[in-house]
Design a protein around this ligand. Structure first.
Ligand code: SF4
Length: 530
């Protein structure tokens, strides 16, 4: 079983829940492709687990599938276009009775407009509505269209579910009876007369900033047997000027620390040794803890939750992403210093080195405040690696603003930076600003930034030569005859093992010590220490 992503997938762990194994017997099949970030990859793990629990079997190709799903990303225009190209490429398969669904950020952003652009799509569901997926699947299986009228064709569906739907004839939408607390609805399209029968089934789950609920499931189909994700907070309340996330993933809602810790303990019992806590802004985590009488009580802070997970027996590494500088507290650094299993790596997106641009981006901190957080991290007892995100060419960015960003790279000395050219996204506040910086100029700034950062990484990585690090073994690179390892600081450390004849070869998921012998801008090279 695999999660198909742009970067490929990995085999499922052998210890997945029994429903996954039973699903190999199932006749109902689905194919799921994931675009975008780790949050999306982990959402897909939960969606896959949910579908398998509902009796579906995951298949490797579109051809084998009854239901074809795309878990989409709308952070950049390119990712969004890719999804519509995929849908167009496979449109012809609708004639074979296949159904199509669009999940994730593009689903939430475009909503029912997707049905107009890709009429063969039957299901549109944003991430804030995934908890309603089982009901939506029942609708999808049960609803068919006859003579332009929706009717219940499912023997399994609750009898009253489609009673109201069968009366639909000319209205555009109808709230589903089973979508209590959510926005799942079944709608009849305007082009119904031209479409094939099943294409008229229109199921939407478009909870936006209304829902207070998280998508929690015990059926997560994790794709890596050693490292697992746990979402601790969904949505975002920050509204950075360029970002679609607050509109596509809804408002901030944290899981209880109790539920997060229970999931982490369960993973440790299953043999996972590394846990990565996920959220758009993990630093604004607020434990919605209640006492036995249901009254709210002081819950764990993010730093306390982090430390508690690091202390679970069997867990050797804990990572977290993403942080927001405004909410990043000193207590997180203290926790990293105090609990050795917390990885000494912080990803702290800065976006710009100019306070003027940070203000325009609505980032809620200044350059000085950002650098204050960096000073806390650098003052730690452990050597904490620092990585970041930068946007170049945001509306109004002058040469002087950009120079401040380049200067910030030097001042911080990042271990790596993800850099992007600004592109306007639907619904975001920055759409009101004129996107006046020409593409070529954005490209020039991006190139200059990447070149400067590359120089910094060359110097930084050279400093590791001669030092010994524990790595988690991630695999073996056959052509290079090297094992692939990852350090706690999140650096790739590829290594050879001359002594391997005398001992067992390193296994994926195991931890070994490696001495660094040489370095590249983006990776280190070393030799196994016996
Ligand atoms: S903090 Fe800003 S950039 Fe990050 S998800 Fe929220 S709005 Fe987007």
């Amino acid at each position: 079983m695999k999660i198909k992503t742009n970067s490929g997938g990995q085999e499922c762990p052998p210890h997945m829940c029994s429903s996954v194994i039973l699903s190999h017997m199932s006749h109902k099949t689905f194919y799921l492709e994931t675009f975008g970030c780790q949050m999306n990859v982990h959402d897909s793990e939960k969606v896959i687990g949910t579908l398998v629990h509902e009796g579906y079997r995951q298949v490797e190709t579109v051809d084998e599938a009854d239901l074809i799903l795309y878990n989409t990303c709308s952070i950049r225009d390119k990712a969004e276009q890719k999804v519509f190209h995929r849908l167009a490429d496979y449109k012809k398969l609708q004639a074979k009775g296949k159904k199509f669904g669009v999940l994730g950020c593009v689903a939430q952003q475009e909503g029912e407009k997707i049905f107009e652009r890709a009429p063969h799509v039957s299901l549109v569901c944003g991430s804030a509505s995934y908890r309603n997926l089982p009901q939506m699947l029942v609708q999808l299986e049960g609803a068919q269209v006859e003579g332009g009228r929706l009717r219940n064709a499912s023997l399994d569906a609750p009898a009253d579910l489609f009673a109201d739907l069968s009366a639909l004839d000319s209205i555009d939408s109808h709230p589903s009876k089973i979508a209590k607390g959510g926005a799942a609805s079944l709608v009849k399209t305007r082009d119904s007369g031209l479409a094939a029968r099943d294409s008229l089934v229109r199921i939407t789950g478009l909870d936006d900033r209304e829902t207070d609920e998280c998508f929690e499931t015990e059926f997560t189909a994790r794709t890596n047997p050693h490292r697992g994700y746990i979402t601790i907070i969904e949505g975002c309340d920050k509204f950075c000027a360029y970002c679609v996330v607050p509109f596509t993933r809804g408002k901030e809602r944290s899981r209880t620390s109790e539920s997060v810790l229970a999931e982490a303990c369960q993973m440790a019992d299953l043999g996972y040794t590394e846990i990565q806590l996920l959220g758009q802004n993990v630093n604004s985590y607020k434990d919605p803890a209640t006492d036995r009488a249901g009254k709210s009580r002081a819950g764990k802070t993010f730093a306390e939750l982090l430390a508690a997970i690091g202390e679970i027996r069997g867990i050797q590494r804990v990572r977290f992403t993403t942080s927001h500088p405004r909410d990043f507290g000193r207590d997180i650094v203290d926790a990293i210093d105090a609990v050795p299993t917390l990885c000494n790596h912080v990803h702290l997106p800065v976006q710009s080195g100019s306070t003027r641009m940070l203000d325009a981006m609505q980032r809620l901190y200044t350059r000085d405040q950002y650098l204050e957080r960096i000073s806390w991290i650098k003052a730690a007892k452990r050597d904490i690696s620092i990585t970041s995100d930068v946007i170049v060419g945001f509306p109004g960015e002058t040469e002087a603003d950009f120079a401040e960003t380049l200067d910030l790279l030097d001042e911080v000395g990042y271990d790596s930076v993800f850099s992007f050219k600004y592109s306007p996204r639907p619904n975001t506040p920055s759409l009101q600003l004129e996107d006046a910086i020409p593409e070529e100029e954005k490209a020039r700034r991006l190139e200059a930034l990447m070149a400067r950062q590359r120089e910094i990484q060359i110097i930084r990585n050279k400093n590791y030569i001669g030092t010994i690090h524990e790595v988690m073994v991630e695999g073996y690179n056959e052509p290079r005859s090297q094992w692939i390892g990852r350090t706690a600081q999140n650096k790739t450390l590829n290594f050879t093992a001359a002594a391997v004849q005398a001992m067992a070869a390193p296994q994926p998921g195991s931890y070994v010590s490696v001495i660094v012998t040489s370095s590249f801008p983006n990776s280190l090279v070393g030799e196994l220490v016996v």
